[in-house]
Write a new protein. Structure first.
Length: 313
């Protein structure tokens, strides 16, 4: 079973408007409310890939109950650490011919006791788990090195961790004694991690950057490149992955879907070629759907065959 962790989930609210009336009243007819957060997208797509998954993280209040009820409707098993604090809303307003205005709550301020209790909860879930995915931001009040601690706990149980984070929480995880099994940064995040002055656009330069000692001990580095596919390092081997041109309906959540594919392939001990094809195919399928963190599995084989994986010298 794959354990998909979302530390700061939300209720994602989407309003579709012809126009947004600033400093006035705007009435909304088209509203959607879903269980949101990068790790919940990961869990949904793993479930749609017909793999056993358990969603966990930190939830609280009536919004937390709504998130659980949405996961239950989708037949996604879940076991969250419950707090007394209300989970958050994230609002996206789509208006005025393609503009998007987002209002993102920070979420609850949690205590050190909450953190200690969550880690006990996390450890309790591990005996039946083969792979852990960790996605997104940390709740306020939790230590910036929490992901490093979670990686230590998982690896002490012999479980690889696939980490999709950014900023200090990612960098801290790379400085620990135990490394994540896989990370999934983009080129800008590689630049930030290495304090590079200029953008990294050339693939040969990127290859050299991924040999930096900061990345020592990480088995997989999957650098996402959007419509250009990915550049990948697995142990000492590099790959260039290209994907077919497609009509993108909704790109949001495609990175999360890619992580889902990686988790499923790694859990099933697939070879490098199949791991990367499964990952890219899952990301592609998400872009073809209007929903976020959703794929139509009936299209999987069609796009799997169009993903090309070539060694990069």
């Amino acid at each position: 079973m794959i354990l998909a962790v979302t530390m700061n989930p939300s209720v994602d609210i989407s309003y579709r408007l012809d126009s947004l009336n600033i400093n006035g009243v705007t009435r909304v007819e088209n509203t959607s409310k879903t269980a949101g957060g990068k790790g919940l997208n990961v869990a949904r797509v793993i479930n749609l890939l017909n793999e056993s998954v358990l969603a966990t993280g930190v939830l609280g209040g009536t919004l937390g109950e709504f998130i659980k009820s949405e996961l239950n409707k989708a037949n996604i098993d879940n076991d969250f650490f419950q707090t007394k604090h209300e989970s958050r809303n994230c609002i996206a307003i789509l208006h005025d011919n393609g503009k998007q205005t987002e209002i993102l709550e920070k979420g609850p301020l949690l205590s050190k006791k909450d953190q200690t209790d969550f880690l006990k909860h996390f450890q309790k879930l591990l005996p039946s788990v083969t792979v852990v995915t960790i996605s997104g931001s940390l709740p306020r009040g939790f230590d910036i090195d929490l992901y490093e601690t979670m990686i230590d706990i998982a690896q002490s149980n012999g479980i690889p961790v696939l980490l999709d984070a950014s900023g200090d929480s990612l960098k801290n995880s790379l400085l620990g004694n135990n490394k994540p099994y896989l990370i999934k940064p983009n080129q800008e995040e590689i630049q930030e991690l290495l304090n590079a002055t200029n953008p990294i656009t050339d693939l040969r330069e990127l290859k050299e950057k991924l040999k930096d000692k900061l990345f020592n001990g990480i088995q997989w580095i999957v650098v996402s490149m959007g419509a250009d596919g990915a550049f990948v390092k697995h142990k000492e081997v590099f790959y260039r992955v290209t994907i077919p041109k497609i009509h993108v309906v909704n790109p949001v959540g495609s990175g999360d879907s890619t992580l889902s594919g990686l988790a499923v392939a790694i859990a099933n001990h697939k070879n490098d070629d199949d791991c990367l094809k499964t990952a890219m195919t899952s990301g592609i399928l998400n872009t073809l759907e209007s929903k976020t963190g959703y794929i139509d599995y009936s299209k999987f084989d069609k796009y799997f065959s169009q993903v090309l994986v070539k060694p990069f010298q």
